[in-house]
Write a protein that binds this ligand. Structure first.
Ligand SMILES: Cc1ncc(C[n+]2csc(CCOP(=O)(O)OP(=O)(O)O)c2C)c(N)n1
Length: 382
């Protein structure tokens, strides 16, 4: 699966340039690389990949704007990361489980989550954090790396129950690899040979801490060696390469070949184009030229060029897709804004039986609501 990339070009970001083991299908413009093999998927699936990536880009722009208008709470943007999020999710089978971080809005949508319900947790509704009845998506995780042992645990549970046709896909950031949970989860995953795929979205920054300060290892994928499992490094801004790598890893998780272990650690090399969250200002800690070099490898442009080259997309279809995405996102925020909820529900869906300490916190909140009125709390958003 390995192939050389354009080593030596001064405009190629170092993280992409230095590693000849990086899996790529498309060059920076979206042309198929000479020795690359394109994943075996239909034109309809390619269009779905494209539409969902375009949806993610638009959703992100609208969500940032809604946050600025006080209609959403703090939001973690995903521009630059859409190709990897969407391609990993579209590689999942319906019965597979997704363990997302707080940045995986498009991954959740691609695995089947209803669009309006993506906005609900961002509006502070605890109901929005419940596990949906019909889609295998866990609530997004705010504590870094906490989902890694949990994903491993669910995959182990499936294996014990003989359900090895079900894989678990767990997203994490490069910062998460510095947490103990990451190492414990991967160690167990290898020892118990669980059907899980861990995708590290290496977007080069953990808020203001650069990737070089996160680990002295040359790559994140090589950490897999310590746990005896496979590690793969893929160009995360190349949706076709990510789809190929994720599909192969998920297939191996369900049906390992002789001598193969089920789990894989995928390092998806990408870049966070925007701020860490709407409460962050990246100009304080990084240089704009760094972002520009990565922008030349934009996943939206690359998949678009590929589809135009293949004759699968033309300008009429492109504007039709864009119009329907814009309408869908506007309608979803309106639906989310009409959802009625109560702060009383804040402790719901966390434990099966609400523990006494959470009940105490809810009672305290209700005392404050009575004393200051609900308006005092909503002003925080305004
Ligand atoms: C256990 C824990 N420690 C610290 C934080 C504060 N925190 C929030 S986001 C973040 C950086 C995470 O970076 P990374 O894992 O690379 O993911 P990214 O946000 O870049 O997608 C930190 C340290 C947290 N949420 N949880």
């Amino acid at each position: 699966m390995n192939m050389k990339n354009e080593a030596g070009s001064k405009d190629v970001p170092a993280a992409v340039r230095e590693d000849s083991d990086l899996v790529q299908v498309l060059d920076a413009e979206g042309n198929v690389l000479p020795q690359a093999s394109v994943p075996d998927i239909s034109d309809r699936q390619l269009l779905e990949l494209y539409e969902t990536i375009k949806f993610a880009r638009h959703f992100d722009q609208r969500a940032i704007s809604f946050q600025r208008q006080g209609r959403l709470a703090t939001y973690a943007p995903m521009t630059g990361q859409e190709g990897s999020q969407v391609a990993t999710s579209l590689a999942l089978a319906e019965q597979d489980w997704l363990f997302p971080t707080y940045r995986e809005h498009a991954a959740k949508y691609a695995h089947g989550m209803d669009l309006a319900s993506l906005f609900e947790p961002l509006r502070g509704y605890r109901e929005g954090y419940a596990i949906p009845d019909d889609v295998n998506v866990m609530p997004e995780y705010i504590p870094i790396a906490t989902q890694v042992p949990q994903a491993m645990g669910m995959a182990w549970g499936h294996k014990l129950q003989g359900k090895t046709d079900t894989a678990v896909l767990c997203h994490l950031g490069d910062g998460a690899t510095s947490e103990g949970d990451f190492h414990e989860g991967l160690n167990f995953a290898g020892v118990f040979d669980v059907p899980a795929v861990f995708v590290c979205n290496n977007n080069q920054w953990a808020i203001s801490v650069p990737r070089e300060r996160q680990t002295a290892s040359e790559t994140i994928a090589e950490k897999a060696q310590a746990y005896g499992i496979d590690g793969v490094r893929v160009d995360g801004l190349d949706p076709l390469a990510v789809y190929k790598v994720a599909s192969a890893a998920l297939e191996k998780a369900r049906n390992p070949g002789p001598g193969e272990l089920r789990p894989t650690l995928i390092e998806s090399v990408q870049y966070r184009f925007g701020a860490h969250t709407t409460a962050d200002d990246p100009s304080v800690y990084r240089d704009e030229s760094e972002e520009e070099a990565w922008r030349d490898r934009d996943p939206v442009d690359r998949i678009e060029t590929y589809l135009y080259n293949e004759g699968i997309l033309d300008s009429d279809l492109e504007s039709e897709i864009q119009d329907s995405i814009e309408q869908e996102v506007s309608e979803a925020i309106e639906t989310a804004e009409q959802t009625e909820t109560s702060p009383d529900n804040i402790v719901e869906h966390v434990y099966e039986d609400v523990p006494a300490r959470l009940e105490e916190q809810r009672d305290e909140l209700n005392r404050l609501r009575e004393k200051y009125d609900d308006g005092a709390f909503s002003e925080v958003l305004e």
